[in-house]
Design a protein around this ligand. Structure first.
Ligand code: ZN
Length: 132
């Protein structure tokens, strides 16, 4: 059902410092954008074909800001590449997974995304991504 890991999401306080850190390690910045709701600064870096996505809150009243306050910076989510995301969401629900997003929505780069409740996945926030 999942084709491969699409990217790893890392919660950071300082986006500039995060991009500089990963670039120093050999990653290449592909894109940087603000989330559609204006709540987060997002970047996508390529490291040998694998993707790393630093995410940084732009407001204090968001889940991401609360995540960093309570748990600190670090691994935030693992995203999986899927095809037919609506079908995968339906299958996940049929298998008993609790969805945060019952329908896909536009995410980074306009790709379709949906998040799954970490209670359903042994504690890791999962993101489904369909490249469009
Ligand atoms: Zn992501």
């Amino acid at each position: 059902m999942f084709n491969k890991v699409h990217h790893i999401g890392i919660a950071v306080k300082d986006m500039g410092a995060a991009i500089a850190l990963y670039e120093k390690m050999g990653a290449k910045l592909l894109a940087r954008e603000t989330s559609r709701d204006g709540s987060a600064d997002l970047a996508m870096l390529d490291l040998g074909g694998d993707l790393i996505e630093p995410i940084s809150p732009l407001r204090d009243d968001t889940n991401l800001a609360r995540f960093i306050r309570e748990r600190g910076e670090g691994l935030h989510h693992v995203a999986y590449d899927v095809k037919n995301i609506e079908g995968v969401i339906a299958e996940m629900k049929a298998r008993g997974f609790e969805m945060i997003d019952e329908k896909s929505r536009p995410g980074f780069g306009g790709h379709l995304v949906a998040f799954i409740q970490p209670k359903s996945t042994m504690g890791t926030l999962w993101e489904l991504v369909e490249d469009v």
